[in-house]
Design a protein around this ligand. Structure first.
Ligand code: PSU
Ligand code: MN
Length: 306
């Protein structure tokens, strides 16, 4: 039995014309934000992408079917109803049970690539967890094996950023800094850690991606854009809250796929929603950068815009 990926008509037509398309994940909707903030931020990201001349395609799982370009009704139901968090290993399990689910960075990258999309904008990738180097997000091996450009604000600050960068180095994933020399730390503009190369224009990202393809590399390309300055939470302010949230996760014995959503929800509560505002700001920024890159790639392929 094969599992076709369902691709919406709008996305299929755009791909046929080689028009710019930007993938968006749905774990943000099902596990990153509560209703109605989850639906609102998705709509706002989609608006930013459309305004820049590209088509947004939210990727998720509907009745067990991997879907590229979820409909408005599907988005609303994912935003309001219980749905599972779907990383790569969950794709086939959800299929068997016919579940609805929100796809993580890893699963979204995989489905985007299978559908022929090249650019994906998100908030922060998963990585190696602090104090638990054995807990490595499936996002990292996905970046090592899936040739998609992922625009993010670095890895979530709740993670072990040095170990996360070491993994990406070992597995050959270039880490680019969008108009920055320093790896961003999600809520804060700078982690103090170096990126591989600063890039200032979408054309440079497109050139690096083209070189990777010419060399037949399987790795993705990580483009890290710092959160806009006005919404940044300085490290010295967010760090004590992260430490508290991490201690609570240890004490409660939260494990596996529940760790990341639990930490993010606790940070929103502990920061009195400031972390949510920061998260929204960086998501909108990343949507804009992703759209610029998608438009650049499409213009190089010598085709029409939307
Ligand atoms: N970044 C956010 N909010 C999120 C996530 C990332 O700002 O909710 C999600 C993404 O879907 C990412 C996932 O792929 O968390 C990582 O989960 P884990 O650490 O269990 O792999
Ligand atoms: Mn994990």
């Amino acid at each position: 039995m094969t599992t076709p990926i369902i691709i919406s008509d709008e996305v299929r037509e755009a791909l046929e014309r080689c028009a710019p398309v930007v993938a968006l994940e749905s774990a943000l909707i099902t596990h990153g934000f509560a209703y109605p903030a989850n639906l609102e931020i998705t709509h706002r990201m989609a608006d930013v992408i459309r305004a820049a001349g590209a088509l947004p395609a939210v990727i998720g799982v509907w009745e067990g079917h991997p879907t590229v370009g979820l409909s408005e009704t599907q988005l609303e139901r994912l935003a309001q109803e219980t749905a599972v968090k779907i990383s790569i290993r969950d794709l086939s399990l959800a299929q068997l049970r016919g579940l609805h689910g929100g796809t993580t960075v890893a699963a979204t990258m995989l489905l985007a690539h299978r559908a022929g999309l090249q650019v994906f904008a998100t908030g922060g990738i998963g990585g190696v967890h602090r104090g638990h180097p054995e807990d490595i997000s499936a996002d990292l091996p996905a970046l090592a094996t899936t040739p998609v450009i992922v625009v993010c604000a670095g890895a979530k600050a709740i993670l072990d950023l040095p170990r996360t960068l070491e993994f990406l180095e070992t597995w050959g994933v270039p880490v680019l800094g969008w108009q920055t020399d320093i790896f961003p730390a999600f809520y804060s503009r700078e982690s103090g850690l170096a990126i591989d190369q600063r890039i200032n224009h979408a054309a440079e990202v497109a050139a690096i991606y083209a070189s990777q393809r010419a060399l037949e590399l399987q790795q993705g390309l990580l483009v890290t854009a710092p959160i806009p300055a006005e919404d940044e939470i300085p490290a010295q302010e967010i760090e004590p809250l992260i430490a508290q949230a991490l201690a609570e996760v240890e004490a409660l014995g939260v494990k596996g796929k529940h760790v990341t959503p639990h930490l993010l929800a606790r940070l929103v509560a502990l920061s009195e929603t400031r972390s949510r505002r920061a998260n929204e700001s960086l998501l909108l920024n990343n949507a804009g950068v992703g759209a610029q890159i998608a438009v650049q790639l499409a213009s190089q392929s010598g085709t029409m815009h939307l």
